[in-house]
Design a protein around this ligand. Structure first.
Ligand SMILES: Nc1nc2c(c(=O)[nH]1)N[C@H]1C(S)=C(S)[C@@H](COP(=O)(O)OP(=O)(O)OC[C@H]3O[C@@H](n4cnc5c(N)ncnc54)[C@H](O)[C@@H]3O)O[C@H]1N2
Ligand code: MOO
Length: 409
């Protein structure tokens, strides 16, 4: 059987790195800059007040105190958004936070240190030159690289791009994924007939694809019929697809539609030393990468976590493609099959450093999976672990906090 790490590499190689494209900043959220951003202008773009108060010349309030306040005529009122005025010596301008400092002023006295006068203001504190002034360029200097290539674009970066008036950035695009469940037992009918079940995998995998930062361009299911399966793929691929993600039809039964359709077309079907998630398919179809996951719902989602999620994130350059791993002590004993890496569902108490196995190891227990928040990683050569033993745990609730190690190893 193929080791997990080898199959991870194969899937990552199949998807590769997507070609960068230019998008509006809002569309870059969650994506990664493929080219740096250089500030086209400085920030702030003009000297402005950091406080609601009075713009003055520091020399005019030198020596002012509670005991010996200084009185200055208020020659102007400067709300935020006003133009840049001129302050005559021996006067004050009432100024609001963010409003432009008038020429001639070199300090702001906060309103709390005055009597808030509108015609004449009484100032009871001296202020050094530069006090409460945000000078032009003090945050960002024009021409500097503010966001290097490789930056993950989030709220702060989008805010900065907006402040600088940057209208487009270069990122790798979200991978476009076609999610296709297979199985003649599946139905979307709210009341399934005898022997039929609702399709959970296409909904689940489409959600997992979107959580990974990719786009599930279509979600569908097809029956166990090779010509229908192939004609559906052919029709859908015209929309431009980076990855075809199938579930079901990859094991050893008489009607394995995915394997029967794609094995003759060069897609490789193999057993990976993983539980759950042993039967796996991978290759290309047309221009698209193809990953064929097993149909058992837990196998499908666990193998998505192991193989597909990191490859999708790596394909758009995510700096942390893998889930963070934490070390925790098992609350109870578990067993694992020799020769396979087991990813057992669990519930992590990160504060206590403890992890509780959650539900049986079998691959059909979706109810248990939905209550879990982590995967307990049992190495291939380990068959028994006792309560209290330390284990690696993949934290499924964390979205890419830097970790000392990650699920890639
Ligand atoms: N003789 C053998 N039988 C099986 C083997 C094997 O090696 N030899 N491997 C087992 C393992 S491990 C797995 S995992 C499954 C994988 O089977 P398939 O990928 O071919 O999946 P199906 O047979 O189509 O379905 C398995 C199971 O999952 C249900 N299913 C499938 N798709 C969906 C869906 N979209 N939504 C909800 N449930 C789904 C399906 O009804 C079956 O119960 O094979 C084992 N067998
Ligand atoms: O390996 Mo299967 O994927 O046990 O459920």
């Amino acid at each position: 059987m193929r080791p997990v790490s080898e199959h991870q590499r194969r899937i990552a190689d199949l998807l590769g790195l997507l070609t960068p494209t230019r998008v509006a900043p809002a569309e870059a959220r969650g994506l990664v800059l493929a080219e740096p951003v250089t500030a086209p202008e400085e920030l702030p773009s003009f000297d402005n007040s950091a406080m609601d108060g009075y713009a003055v010349r520091a020399v005019d309030v030198a020596g002012a105190s509670e005991a010996a306040p200084v009185r200055l005529p208020v020659a102007a009122d400067i709300p935020a958004g006003a133009g840049i005025g001129v302050l005559e010596p021996g006067t004050a301008h009432r100024i609001m936070t963010g409003a432009p400092l008038p020429r001639g002023a070199d300090a702001v006295v906060e309103v709390e240190r005055t009597d808030a006068g509108t015609d004449v203001v009484t100032v009871s504190a001296a202020r050094e030159p530069g006090s409460f002034i945000r000078t032009a360029g003090s945050d960002v200097t024009a021409g500097t690289e503010v966001l290097p290539a490789g930056t993950l674009v989030g709220a702060a970066q989008i805010g900065l791009l907006a402040a600088l008036g940057v209208r487009a950035v270069v990122v790798r695009p979200r991978p476009r994924v076609l999610v296709c469940s297979t199985g003649s037992e599946l139905t979307d009918d709210p009341v399934p007939a005898a022997g039929q079940i609702r399709d959970s995998n296409s909904h689940m995998l489409a959600a997992a694809v979107e959580d990974a930062g990719a786009v599930a361009i279509r979600r569908l299911w097809v029956a166990d019929d090779v010509p229908t399966f192939l004609s559906t793929l052919d029709a859908e691929l015209e929309a431009g697809v980076d990855l075809v993600l199938t579930s079901g039809g990859v094991s050893a039964g008489a009607y394995e539609v995915v394997k029967d359709a794609l094995a003759p077309r060069g897609v490789e079907f193999t057993k990976v030393a993983l539980q759950p998630g042993m039967p796996q398919g991978s290759g290309t179809y047309g221009e698209a990468a193809v990953v064929c996951l097993p149909g058992n719902p837990v196998s499908s989602l666990v193998s998505f976590e192991v193989f597909v999620r990191p490859a999708l994130r790596a394909s758009y350059g995510h700096p942390r493609p893998h889930r963070p791993i934490v070390r925790a002590a098992l609350t109870e004993a578990i067993t694992s099959p020799g020769g396979k890496r087991q990813l057992r569902r669990g519930r992590l108490d990160a504060v206590a450093g403890a992890v509780r196995p959650w539900g049986p190891p079998g691959s059909g227990f979706l109810g248990w999976m939905a209550g879990a928040d982590c995967l307990i990683d049992v190495p291939e050569d380990v068959t028994e672990l006792a309560g209290g033993d330390p284990v690696d745990v993949w934290d499924l609730t964390s979205w890419g906090r830097p970790a000392t190690r990650s699920g890639g190893s």
